[in-house]
Ligand binder design. Structure first.
Ligand code: NAD
Ligand code: MG
Length: 390
């Protein structure tokens, strides 16, 4: 029986995770659920899944949640704050952590799970982009099992050899082919991109996701972060990762081998597939997702990405080439810019402009410890806010 902590339980990935868990009460129990501010949703989830612990963002939210749970007769212990997130990710009673907080806020508890040797199901790509080698070292040192939830990386994982050891060349692998839908603005006139609204940007054609990752998909920074994620997860150099635009989102990614074979993983665009894969690995379980009907889809299209339309993708490749703290700076600035765009403080095209400006101004420093990375993250956020209205 796996005993699971779901970090970010009220989010899109968290809800899909609980949907899969509920289908298999014989395999999984919920140890802890966490949410930032959505107390009502978290209370409902606690009543349904009866976790040992629930964690929220503030003392006020914790007292609201406690009152709700007590009146429902639950004995769930309620905690708040970052240390509590780290505690439920490293507790002896927890075997598995679904890391599904959005952004850098998920870094500390995801790291805590890695250090504690938990089975880590990684959705929170920003945590890996920021910490890179430090995270992979923590996983290796503790003997954690790390399984990707991001649909592309989960697809790649499924297409890699069973004994894959993070070295493409040792397994006769030429390249990793990351597919991308291209988001809602794939065919929009580039000269009108500055007028797009947050509502248009979050309306993804294929996937239903949280607001931040939806904007990242529209700028293709999501794919940029995923290139960096693939670099760390699979030990792939930047020139061994190709991005292919595939608007139908049926092929979730591919691995190209030396003999000319290309292995792909296909499925409906529903995150319950990679979640169920990672939860049950190496078994296969029902996820609630139907088999993709290729006769209904009829066509699968592909095209190369266009950096003029999607400058964020190029910025991410550049940051990966630069190494060190560049990826953390890219990520931090992107988080600030996306939030400002969603708050209607800046236009859509300003997102890559801001990231470029901050990357050009801050030096690339070696990533030696988490403190140094967090300091770079902080400097990038400050500078981004300063430059935002210039
Ligand atoms: P979401 O916005 O729907 O949910 C985010 C969750 O994080 C919520 O439960 C929220 O309470 C929690 N949270 C937010 N800020 C927090 C903070 N400061 N402290 C603690 N908790 C906080 O996001 P999502 O779409 O579920 O994405 C979660 C992660 O998974 C992201 O890193 C995203 O890139 C990744 N991911 C999502 C999808 C998808 O289909 N949604 C696919 C691949 C990867
Ligand atoms: Mg993805």
């Amino acid at each position: 029986m796996q005993s699971i902590t779901v970090l970010g339980a009220t989010g899109s990935i968290g809800v899909s995770t609980l949907d899969v868990i509920a289908r298999h009460p014989d395999r999984y129990r919920v140890f802890a659920l966490t949410a930032h501010s959505r107390v009502d949703e978290l209370a409902e989830q606690c009543i349904r899944f009866k976790p040992d612990v629930a964690v929220v963002g503030t003392a006020e939210a914790a007292s609201q949640l406690s009152a709700r749970l007590q009146s429902a007769g639950l004995t769930t212990q309620v905690e708040f704050g970052e240390q509590a997130l780290c505690d439920v990710s490293s507790a002896a009673a927890c075997t598995t952590v679904m890391a599904a907080i959005v952004g850098a806020a998920g870094l500390a508890p995801t790291m805590a799970a890695a250090h504690a040797g938990k089975k880590v199901l990684l959705a929170n790509k920003e945590a890996l982009v920021i910490s890179g080698q430090l995270f992979m070292d923590a996983i290796a040192a503790s003997g954690s099992v790390l399984l990707p939830i991001d649909s592309e990386h989960n697809a790649i994982f499924q297409c890699l050899p069973l004994n894959y050891q993070r070295q493409l060349g040792h397994h006769g692998i030429r390249k990793i082919l990351l597919t991308a839908s291209g988001g809602p603005f794939l065919d929009r006139d580039v000269s009108t991109l500055d007028q797009v609204t947050p509502e248009q940007a979050v309306a993804h054609p294929n996937w239903s996701m949280g607001r931040k990752i939806s904007v990242d998909s529209a700028t293709m920074m999501n794919k940029g972060l995923e290139v960096i994620e693939a670099h760390w997860l699979f030990g792939a150099a930047p020139n061994q990762i190709d991005v292919v635009i595939h608007p139908q989102s049926v092929i979730h990614s591919m691995v190209s081998y030396a003999d000319g074979s290309v292995l792909a993983q296909l499925g409906n665009p529903d995150m319950r597939t990679p979640i169920a894969h990672a939860l049950a690995y190496p078994d296969r379980i029902e996820s609630g997702v139907d088999t993709v009907d290729l006769t209904k889809i009829a066509q699968l299209n592909f095209r190369p990405p266009d950096y003029l339309r999607f400058p964020c993708l190029k910025l991410a490749f550049d940051a990966l080439h630069a190494g060190g703290s560049a990826a953390a700076v890219l990520n931090a600035t992107n988080e600030v810019a996306v939030e400002a765009f969603l708050d209607r403080q800046i236009g859509f095209r300003k997102i890559p402009e801001l990231i470029d400006a901050v990357l050009n101004r801050l030096p690339v420093e070696p990533v030696t410890d988490l403190g140094a990375v967090l300091a770079m993250d902080k400097s990038a956020r400050l500078l981004a806010r300063e430059l935002m209205h210039q």
